[in-house]
Design a protein around this ligand. Structure first.
Ligand code: FRU
Length: 612
């Protein structure tokens, strides 16, 4: 049938008579022929061989559906906001897989054509073009200098992270055709040091079962899944009409994946996603934790071969924070006081402590089949948060990390406004990598600590303030920050406010914008106010004050800040609390000032520039 259709198109064009009745098109670049077929449909013929087709995007319009026809067969479908009135930016379509074949794009736009103008007048046709390369240098003002982010396009959750042969692999929810959520694909980056990331080709692309939602990878050391020893096995959610779990295997260390022919491997009659699997040394079986999203619980499965999964239990119904869907789980043991406790990570959206999405966790025991959460003194399962900022979500950890490390990374945004932040050709950044550990809080409970991974020290440039100690009072002590080099810096100091009085820490620029942190030694909290930190008019949910417990009873805390072009991450007391917040200052913060309502001792103040 498809062949017939193509034949008809060819025949019509050959007749020539159709061309006469066509509206006049703004000529697209050479090698591309656009044939309008009506108000919302056009064919784009690729007439010359080239590696890329550059597609012009306008963010405010609806997605057009693009059916990619190769030799007349429907090869795949993707969605892109093809420009109607103006071009905001462009995205490339990779044509190399179709070299030597006839490529036609059947474009169906969803624009409201209230005027007489049809699809032929759309702005995209003036600049759609073939190209050899795509410029990814992307010098946007808010593009981070030392955080992981895609070269272009939209990113959300980190996925499938594993460590193998000295490399940290990081996949992520990716839209290669625009800077808003769509076309979910696994993008891929890898790093030898968690700091410098190589951008790799996309790893897993949508198919007949759906787009590729979040999931995990393991190194199958014994080849239990039948793809050979040390194959990398990915389990992800196929998001079609329903959500199902599918498997793909890589025998080239995670660069390319072959999908399992009998996918999906796990189906349920209700919405479930984001499979996270791991090998359980104690039971000799594979375990899987899966978010039963709308039921707000986690399902636990076992398997001998990663393909057949048996449900063993469910955890969480009615427990913890329940004001949103449960997503992106993780489950792993960590040592504390001569024993191992298990940490169950549960990302929640919305329902976070400051609105929107956030990461909660439970501490407990896991026998390979059932997770049993610890209760607090009142006998209840407490709600605990992994980060006390607004921009920390979908956090999961690397499998097979070396030296017994448990290293995690999160998506540094919030579903409330992720699609509206003031960036263009890329959208969203990951948090800095964090090493996780457990500690006992003053209330006797066990908590999860997130410390910046030690590799981050490699980013340090010059030490511009060195080991300063002073008493902070009403008059602020100020220090210059490296604003001329983008404001990128790391700031560390210790506060002793045991004599009382809040300590105010302010990052500011000459535009009067400021991010203000206040340590309250009596309440043992630290707050972060970004209401005046920079641009925030893109969303009413963005201006916010977030607050963290410092878990200290002695009026002391440490402060450890990482400042990138559009984010501030605060860590303290060996990761006992972390706070991650985006900020969009009109110009970099140029000053740090510290004051106190009482008399606080500030010691060991060090400021380092950070290398991009
Ligand atoms: C979390 C999430 C996941 C899902 C993915 C889709 O942010 O909603 O549950 O797999 O994003 O992109």
């Amino acid at each position: 049938m498809k062949k017939n259709r193509l034949d008809i198109i060819l025949a019509l064009t050959a007749m020539g008579s159709v061309a006469l009745s066509l509206p006049v098109m703004a000529a697209p670049a050479e090698g591309v022929k656009v044939e309008p077929l009506g108000s919302n449909n056009a064919l784009v013929r690729i007439m010359e061989e080239a590696p890329l087709l550059i597609l012009p995007v306008q963010e405010s319009v609806d997605d057009a559906r693009v059916n990619v026809l190769v030799d007349g067969n429907l090869e795949r479908i993707f969605y892109v906001r093809l420009a109607k009135n103006k071009v905001d930016y462009t995205v490339p379509l990779d044509l190399t897989p179709y070299k030597g074949h006839e490529v036609v794009l059947d474009v169906v736009s969803n624009h409201d054509r209230t005027s007489s103008r049809g699809i032929e007048g759309d702005a995209c046709w003036k600049s759609i073009q073939l190209a050899d390369t795509f410029d990814t240098s992307n010098r946007e003002k808010y593009r981070p200098a030392f955080h992981h982010t895609p070269l272009y396009g939209w990113m959300n959750d980190p996925n499938g992270m594993f460590y193998k042969d000295g490399r940290w692999h990081l996949y992520y929810q990716y839209n290669p055709y625009g800077s808003k959520w769509q076309n979910m694909t696994w993008g891929h980056s890898s790093s030898s040091d968690l700091v410098h990331w190589n951008h790799e080709p996309v790893a897993i692309t949508p198919d007949g079962l759906g787009t590729i939602f979040s999931g995990s990878c393991v190194v199958d050391h014994d080849g239990t899944a039948g793809f050979g020893k040390d194959a990398v096995i990915a389990l992800y959610t196929s998001a079609g009409t329903s959500q199902m779990q599918s498997l793909a295997a890589s025998t080239d260390n995670g660069t390319t994946f072959q999908k399992y022919v009998s996918n999906p491997v796990l189906t349920l009659p209700s919405e479930a996603r984001d499979p996270n699997m791991f090998f359980n040394e104690a039971t000799g079986e594979w375990n899987l934790i899966l978010a039963h999203a709308l039921e707000k619980e986690m399902l636990l499965f076992t398997s001998p071969d990663l393909k057949t999964w048996t449900l063993s239990s469910a955890f969480g119904k009615g427990e913890g924070a329940q004001d949103g869907v449960w997503e992106c789980p993780d489950l792993f043991p960590l040592p504390i006081e001569e024993e191992n406790k298990w940490v169950l990570i549960c990302n929640l959206n919305p329902g976070g402590p400051f609105g929107g999405s956030a990461t909660q966790y439970f501490i407990g025991d896991f026998d390979g089949h059932t997770f049993t959460a610890d209760t607090d003194a009142s006998g209840k399962i407490p709600t605990k948060w992994m980060d006390f900022g607004k921009d920390h979500y979908a956090t999961v950890s690397w499998s097979d990390a070396p030296d017994g490390r448990r290293t995690a990374i999160g998506w540094m945004s919030n579903w409330q406004y992720a699609a509206d932040v003031p960036t263009e050709q890329f959208r969203s950044v990951n948090t800095l990598p964090r090493d996780l550990s457990l500690f006992r809080g003053p209330d006797g409970e066990i908590y999860l600590a997130s410390s910046p991974s030690p590799e981050l020290k490699a980013l340090r440039g010059d030490r511009i303030v060195s080991n300063r100690s002073f008493t902070a009072g009403k008059k602020a002590a100020s220090f210059r920050l490296p604003a001329s080099s983008g404001g990128l810096c790391e700031i560390l100091f210790d506060i002793d406010a045991s004599k009382g009085g809040n300590v105010n820490i302010e990052l500011s620029n000459s535009k009067g914008e400021k991010a203000v942190m206040v340590f309250d030694p009596e309440a043992a909290t630290i707050s972060f106010d970004r209401t005046q930190a920079g641009i925030s008019d893109f969303s009413p949910e963005f201006p916010a004050v977030t607050i963290a417990p410092t878990f200290s009873e002695d009026g002391k805390t440490s402060v450890h800040l990482f400042i990138d072009r559009s984010s501030i991450e605060l860590f303290a007391r060996d990761g006992r609390y972390a706070m991650t917040n985006l900020v969009f200052p009109a110009e970099p913060y140029s000053s740090l000032s510290i004051s106190s309502d009482g008399k606080a001792k500030i010691s060991s103040l060090n400021i380092y520039t950070l290398k991009p």
